[in-house]
Design a protein around this ligand. Sequence first.
Ligand code: CO6
Length: 494
Amino acid sequence: MAAMTRGSSAVFRRLLIQQYRRRCLRVQEVRGHAALRSLPATLDRKLPTCGGSFRMFGRALHMSAARSGAVVQFKLSDIGEGITEVTVKEWYVKEGDKVSQFDSICEVQSDKASVTITSRYDGVITKLYYRADDVALVGKPLVDIETESGSDVTQEEDVVETPAMAREEHTHQEIKGLKIQATPAVRRLAMENNIKLSEVVGSGRDGRILKEDILNFLAKQTGAILPPSPFQEIRTPPPALAVPSPALRPPPAAPQRVFAGKDVTEPIKGFHKAMAKSMTAALSIPHLGLCDQVDLSRLVALRAELKADVQCRGVKLSYMPFFIKATSLCLSHFPILNASLDEGCQNITYKASHNIGVAMDTGLGLLVPTVKNVQLLSILEVAQELNRLQALGTAGQLGTADLSGGTFSLSNIGSIGGTYAKPVILPPEVAIGAVGKVQVLPRFDASGHVIRAHVMNVSWSADHRIVDGATMCRFSNMWREFLHNPASMLLHLK
Ligand code: CO6
């Protein structure tokens, strides 16, 4: 297996060198006498159509510019999106380690994403400039690498601009909402086959994506049959094992800290920083709040009836797909709630797609992946998509595509035992709903008899600059009726 991987790396490297040479020729056509060392930034701006392979090419060019035998000061490149500093989450190398081009050096975390930094050189690591958890600055040295035998320190030129298209590709393959572990060879294989790593569930240790995972993913897409793999493939977990019931769900693993009479101050990093930013922005929105109760007794019975059938198709059916679909049906009647407001409060954009964000409790904290185009999906399809997002969330593999583009959000605080909540709007959206746990409570029926009912609280928050209470209340009434009488949804399904 190791020999196979080494073999593949060698092939990849040869391919890269060929492509680099081809690209150099194209550059010379464009730039005439431009010096090779100054090419990367210029080249990347001039030839954005090569964005798909930008990162690799950039590295190949840097490598050829570096002096053989020199100690190269390897700086942290611009990783886009205006990020100026990152936290070093994990080192994959230590001083004295040998590295090859494209080997992973470390994982850094910005307030938006996690990025694997890979080596541009073959050589030996002679210095790490940071320890794990330190904040590293873009444009400043990250490591020194001795490329052969020399001892001079070369100030390696940093790539400070990334063209839009390259940045997009970089986002697909390298920057993830969460950490994706894969070797450069595997990343390369994914890139060559236009596969987003965020969509592949890794079967290696700690969810690392292996070559076999990419090949299996490809086979599923193309219908090809692969020889049996020595690795067990991880699929979406079967419903019974996927997630324990709310009461049994364990709290997410978090480092336990004992405060023994001493205060501890630590910087806010990564996703917490992103949450601090978006929630501070949310504070500028005047929220209106509206709460109601829904009798879900019929839905509880309906789900019990459908659950086993749906499970046979490998899909877990919880209440959320009904909540999500009902939300979309209501949004068709209240498009103002599926809209966004520009910063100057001058224009409202009504969104065509119902991309419903679902607050998800992951090991890395609260993330909000979106079920896209719910208006076009059946309840079963919503369930399937939610299962996929949940599996990715559990595996720490939600990517930017899944984490962006939301137009309305729902939060299920009941799945972890909460009864009431006051949700905060996720800008640029204009409304959000939060549901509590389904409780068995006494209620009166039409003839005044006390009956057992399955009751759930729901709270809505909306941007009061463009949404009034009456609109929110009518929306909530419609939503409540769809879920109180789920059969009524049938009339509206396409
Ligand atoms: N009541 C009763 N039972 C529930 C509920 C409620 N509200 N929600 C889920 N469940 C049941 C569900 O039907 C499943 O039952 P079985 O099939 O019989 O096992 C079981 O609990 C597990 O459901 P699961 O959580 O796996 O799936 P679900 O589709 O309901 O939820 C999820 C998906 C992504 C929402 C969930 O996994 C999750 O991450 N929940 C936590 C979300 C969170 O962190 N919310 C807080 C956000 S911050 O809201 C906020 C306003 C502030 C306070």
